[in-house]
Design a protein around this ligand. Sequence first.
Ligand SMILES: Cc1ncc(COP(=O)(O)O)c(C=O)c1O
Length: 435
Amino acid sequence: MTVVATTDQPLTEAEVETIKRDFPILAQDVNGYPLAYLDSGATAERPTQVLDAERRFLEHDNAAVHRGAHTLAALSTDAYEDARATVARFIGAAAPTEVVWTANATDALNLVAYGIANASRGRGGVDAERFRIGPGDEILVTEAEHHANLVPWQELAALTGATLRWVPVRDDGTWTAEDAVALIGPATRVVAFAHVSNVTGMVAPVSAVVAAARANGALTVLDACQSAPHRPLDVQQLGIDFAAFSGHKMLGPNGIGVLWGRAELLDALPPFRTGGSMITTVTMEHSEFMPAPERFEAGTQPVSQAVALAEAVRYLERIGMHRVRAHEEHLAQRMLDGLAAVPGVRVVGPPAGVPRSGLVSFDVDGVHAHDVSQYLDAQGIAVRSGHHCAQPLHRRLGLVATSRASTYVYTTEQDVDRFLAAVGEIRAYFGATDA
Ligand SMILES: Cc1ncc(COP(=O)(O)O)c(C=O)c1O
């Protein structure tokens, strides 16, 4: 890849073509058409550099980390910790030890929720008292959350007797800072919300929510699944306490995710999973746990995945995250303009002019979302259809399912234009025209 960030301008088409050539999977035809992959919001494709990094590690260095004294164990441990430092730098963490490897974002969010549940049951001693919650306390989420950032909080409420509250969404699926701030008070102990919605593309008003949470002593947990891969992310600047994201959505492998947390919080939070690699001493009656991040990394670790994720981060850094964002916003605008011209198509999400990310969810009147995606797939265009793990949001919008087109660094204007042309044919094909 020869693209190097020099401006904050959207990528040129020539640059995108150069990037696209790094992704072997995108070179194929699907159903007789060149693949237009518009499902990166679900999982992103991987460039050769990332595939090669994982393979090189497995062919030369692979061993269990933090255990053996042999050469490969030392090489693996160095690579694993270098990867942690790379991800820490990418998100502006204060130190690599603030980065905990998890299986994915879902796992990271569960780690925080069940850590708080364990603290609430008295685990973690005096250090963990700050996390204890119970009846009378409140956990705040939004009605737009992915199930990964809703169900663990429902469970935490059920386990502790705390009350789960949520910021309501409006008719377009968005929520406002005012509505969120109005729900944050002295009883609020946790505020968990997505930085960027995986359905509406809405960018959350982080600073207003964090200010209100901090003023009331509540912890903030940011689901950064749809932001870390697509826009600059600086966890310290945002003022949040925890952030979670997945490797597979940012050109990296499956099976690895990240929990970032403030060092003093991670060191005080009781572990969620226990076992080998996370203890200092074990007797038959009792165990002492290591500080973070090891206290949360029980068992044999996803080392090659961490190495590959770090390579994905370097790949994104070479492009420049400002340019990644600008490219996707440019494509999203092209999609929005094109869909606005198609009769019977309703886009969910922020109104024109309000910031949004590079994904667009829409409903085609009279045609089920699964039929929409099948019609597009027949032309080699991959989009996601369903409730996108956000059933409450879809219920509120009065929709069973939507279709979602999502972009990334390798998405071309031509991909978007083919998508728009095909969407324009759908209602006629299914006999759903108003005429
Ligand atoms: C906003 C958001 N949160 C959480 C998740 C869960 O990610 P994972 O399945 O990788 O744990 C996703 C994935 O679609 C998402 O888009």
